[in-house]
Design a protein around this ligand. Structure first.
Ligand code: 9MR
Ligand code: 9MR
Ligand code: ZN
Length: 596
């Protein structure tokens, strides 16, 4: 109950401080009143050249008489911009009646507050580097997830070497000690899972390929800094090395390395449970999705690391080829937890999209026709009798990627490949481009229809919905790359605004980022370290209308965006995960780049 109150407080706290007596430049949380209107926007502020939107929520029972808003200079109170509030509309996802404040025309750098009827919002900056620190913190969060070594992010956020004790689980078909080193803890738990590592590293390396100038300049202050490989790639390699360690001698890849059950809420070095390499329980023991994911990721890695470390690049390509061969020979070995194992399963039942992704990345890396043929064969099979020229682009159903669905990544990789390709290549590429833009147009339309500007539909408020927003932004940023319209990038940024404050709870879902960040992630180190604030740069899973844990189950049914609580126990709403941080890093890389 206390925690429900906290949730309500968060909504109220983000409401405007009020009254004609408000002293400009002072935040007065004491004078909050939940009955007043709240104004919600990106708590990190805005870049001068970009669209600037805030959402004013009209609380039930409050008078909605103001039609103008002002943006005042923080401190002096000088009016920098006056605008007209949009007409009230009903926002389905939150249940709120909202009005929009558009102050895009305000371009002068400075610190500001929005004022409506004498009530003032929190302060926020307009500055070119508004999102620079968020990029650094969200990427450094991966360093904090490192397993097998000691970690020190500063300010007390540290842990000792962990999970060194590896063994083959009976389900792997092997026995005895196994290597256990490297990799990132998956989430709030200390497991390491190849499938989830796949989309995570794939997304991060795609970020590298799309925004190289921005990410090359990113300083993470990690042990590898200054040794020739850019910090960003060095961090990703920490997890790639662990993934490689799960590849068996026949090329197949074990699904995961975790304890047999989740440990208590303790620091990682206190967790003495054995880290088992876990298999499917029967021959061939390795799983197709994990193996194909590894093939795809290592193919991208071969491209990305080539200029910095040729031997590593070659090792990645070799691993990708072996994994590919294994996956083609074993196209549908799915994974479910073997008896006695209760950690996460990432149990994808359809590995065709992972295979498609592997074929596309290997084609893009090597230009070898066999990979293109495999890609096109699978794509045409899926589309049945349609010939490429005859069918409509929407058959391709390009969707935002997720850990269980990599089809769109595969298609985009094919589009971006520079090799000449088969006779039909141009037609296929055009179809994928059209399908991507059609999906992106739908996301632009949802963003416009939504009161808080995000791209989510009602059905998107699932476990990890904040990553759905992140991955929809990834789709929009691919659309941005293949079209000349700037609406896709602006819509992608709308999801950033949503994640860090422009939502009905007025919360920033990134720890230690923004003026009102959430405080209680389901994250073992944050819970066990004795420090009040959670580890920095971690994205909450976000609202989940589907529920999935005891705290969530006890909540009353509310509109989907409200189905979230800042409670450490609520893992279906407030856990963190590497595959959720990755698209946020991607989005922030784009936001910090000059190329969108
Ligand atoms: O901490 C675990 C989290 O990482 C998982 O996402 C979640 C669902 O599998 O499970 C969490 O562990 C909980 C377990 O399932 C039930 N007992 C309480 C555990 C920690 O709160
Ligand atoms: O992200 C996963 C989500 O899509 C699933 O609905 C959920 C339940 O199966 O599991 C999530 O993944 C968890 C994984 O199983 C264990 N580590 C924590 C992950 C995030 O909650
Ligand atoms: Zn560990």
């Amino acid at each position: 109950m206390k925690r429900r109150t906290l949730l309500q407080y968060m909504g109220a706290a983000a409401a405007l401080s009020l009254g004609p007596k408000t002293v400009f430049g002072e935040t007065s949380l004491a004078s909050q009143d939940a009955a007043l209107s709240g104004i919600f926007f990106n708590q990190l502020g805005f870049q001068p050249r970009r669209t600037k939107l805030a959402t004013l929520a009209i609380r039930a029972g409050s008078a909605d008489t103001e039609n103008t808003f002002r943006v005042r200079v923080d401190g002096t109170g000088e009016v920098a911009f006056t605008g007209k509030l949009g007409a009230p509309t009903k926002d389905d996802a939150s249940g709120d009646t909202v009005r929009q404040a558009d102050f895009s025309a305000l371009k002068a750098p400075g610190m500001y507050r929005i004022e409506v009827g004498g009530a003032l919002s929190d302060r926020f900056p307009v500055r070119e580097d508004a999102y620079a620190n968020a990029l650094r913190l969200t990427m450094r969060a991966f360093s904090g997830q490192r397993c097998g070594c000691s970690v020190d992010l500063g300010n007390g956020y540290k842990h000792g070497p962990c999970h060194k004790d590896g063994a083959y689980h009976a389900s792997s078909g092997k026995s005895g000690k196994a290597p256990s080193s490297g990799g990132w803890h998956d989430a709030g738990d200390y497991g390491r899972y190849v499938v989830n590592s796949g989309i995570t590293c794939g997304t991060l390396l795609w970020g590298w390929e799309m925004y190289p100038e921005t990410l090359r300049a990113l300083r993470l202050d990690i042990p590898e800094s200054g040794k020739g490989t850019p910090d960003y790639l060095a961090e990703v390699r920490w997890n790639l090395e662990w993934m490689l360690s799960l590849q068996d001698t026949d090329g197949g890849v074990f699904h995961k390395q975790t304890s047999d059950h989740f440990c208590a809420f303790i620091m990682p070095e206190k967790d003495t449970l054995t880290s088992y390499v876990i298999g499917t329980g029967e021959t061939p023991y390795k799983s197709t999705c994990a193996t194909a994911d590894l093939a795809a990721v290592m193919a991208i890695a071969a491209r990305s690391y080539k200029p910095f470390d040729t031997p590593f690049s070659e090792r990645c390509l070799q691993a990708a080829r072996q994994a590919w061969a294994w996956a083609v020979a074993h196209p549908d070995v799915t994974f479910a937890n073997p008896p006695g194992v209760s950690t996460g399963d990432y149990g994808d039942k359809d590995c065709r999209d992972e295979l498609l992704w592997a074929s596309a990345e290997l084609w893009r890396t090597t230009g070898e026709p066999a990979f293109e043929q495999a890609f096109l064969a699978e794509l045409s099979t899926r589309l049945g009798a349609h010939q490429p020229a005859a069918s409509v682009s929407t058959d391709l159903a390009i969707e935002a990627p997720s850990w269980g669905n990599l089809r769109s990544m595969a298609c985009w990789s094919y589009v971006m490949a520079e090799h000449r390709g088969s006779a039909d290549a141009a037609v296929w590429k055009q179809r994928i481009r059209e399908a991507t833009l059609a999906s992106a147009d739908r996301l632009v339309a949802s963003s416009r229809a939504n009161g808080y500007g995000n791209t989510l539909l009602r059905r998107d408020y699932i476990w990890g919905s904040n990553s759905v927003a992140g991955n929809q932004s990834l789709l929009l940023l691919v659309a941005d790359r293949i079209s000349s319209s700037n609406q896709y990038a602006e819509t992608a940024l709308n999801n950033l605004h949503y994640l860090v404050g422009r939502n009905c709870l007025g919360v920033s879902w990134v720890t230690q980022v923004g003026t009102r960040p959430y405080m209680h992630p389901h994250h073992r180190p944050s819970a066990a370290d004795g420090i009040e604030k959670p580890w920095p740069g971690l994205l909450s899973g976000g609202p989940n209308a589907g529920r999935g844990d005891a705290v969530a189950d006890a909540l009353p049914t509310m509109p989907p965006m409200r189905m979230w609580v800042d409670d450490q126990r609520a893992y279906s709403m407030n856990e963190i995960a590497i595959n959720w941080n990755a698209p946020l890093v991607f989005l922030l890389a784009a936001a910090n780049s000059r190329n969108i």
